[in-house]
Design a protein around this ligand. Structure first.
Ligand code: ATP
Length: 251
């Protein structure tokens, strides 16, 4: 059974249907990447799954339970954690306080202050510093660490590398790879939005390409090429031989 099942999901901004009937099955321990051009609906999809944007149609089933109308705080308590685009830390609070604030939604599990600091050692010397004084990469590490502190079963990561230097991106992904690579049983299930395709291919098990709120292609990372994904970005159809490896949606 899928850990997270998205069925014919529709989400709107006013009259605009940003997510137009998306269905996805996400397995325990899997890392799934959502890719697509600006405005494809990736952020809206993540926010709708996390419960901070309303469902207009279809449903979201998490661990066998329909959570479509469950409020965001209850989804967090059930094990869905969103790291939003732009990080949204409490800038005047220390790094330690930003991490500990997540305790209210805490579930039992391996993540606590010590294990988060093991995963993000760059935060150790910054624990007592105000979060707002940290570099972009360090702030992103705090945002991911804060989500991990809840011991999520599914981590929803929205463009974690946005605005970071290449070195900072490398640091964040080195830590993420450690938690993604813990195997199917123990591993955190991750759904991520990432604009950097090279990095997407490095970390994801599966890629789902969105265009105008719909899934236009999906496939295992080892069965897709960068060119196939780029084609989907721009709305091009792939060739029949490429279709064999990819699952291409027919409009
Ligand atoms: P990006 O990479 O630019 O963040 P995205 O794939 O995440 O793009 P969304 O941000 O989900 O896409 O946007 C999907 C559609 O919804 C776009 O047409 C966008 O203009 C629209 N949209 C997003 N946020 C809002 C909002 N707050 N109000 C109105 N329309 C919105």
């Amino acid at each position: 059974m899928s850990l997270l099942k998205i069925e014919s999901l529709v989400a709107r901004h006013g009259l605009l249907p940003a997510v137009q009937g998306i269905s996805l099955d996400i397995e325990q321990g899997e890392t799934l990447a959502l890719v697509g051009a600006n405005g494809a609906g990736k952020t809206t999809l993540l926010r709708t799954v996390a419960g901070v944007h309303p469902v207009s149609g279809g449903r979201i089933v998490f661990d066998g339970e329909d959570i479509s109308s469950m409020p965001a705080h209850r989804r967090a308590a059930a094990g869905l954690a969103l790291v939003p685009e732009g990080r949204r830390l409490f800038p005047a609070m220390t790094v330690e306080e930003n991490l500990l604030v997540a305790r209210s939604a805490k579930r039992e599990g391996r993540w606590n202050l010590a294990t988060v600091l093991d995963a993000f050692p760059q935060l150790v010397p910054k624990l007592k510093a105000a979060a707002g004084t940290l570099s972009g990469g360090q702030q992103q590490a705090v945002a991911i660490g804060r989500a991990l502190m809840t011991n999520p079963r599914v981590l929803l990561l929205d463009e974690v590398s946005l605005g970071l230097s290449p070195l900072a991106v490398q640091g964040v992904y080195d830590s993420l790879r450690a938690l993604m690579g813990m195997g199917r049983e123990q591993g955190t299930t991750v759904v991520l939005v990432e604009q950097d395709l090279k990095r997407t291919f490095q970390v994801a098990d599966r890629i789902v390409c969105l265009l105008e709120g719909r899934v236009v292609a999906s496939g295992r990372t080892d069965e897709m090429t960068r060119e196939q994904v780029m084609d989907c970005y721009f709305g091009h159809r792939t060739t029949a031989s490429q279709d064999a490896a990819l699952s291409i949606a027919t409009p």
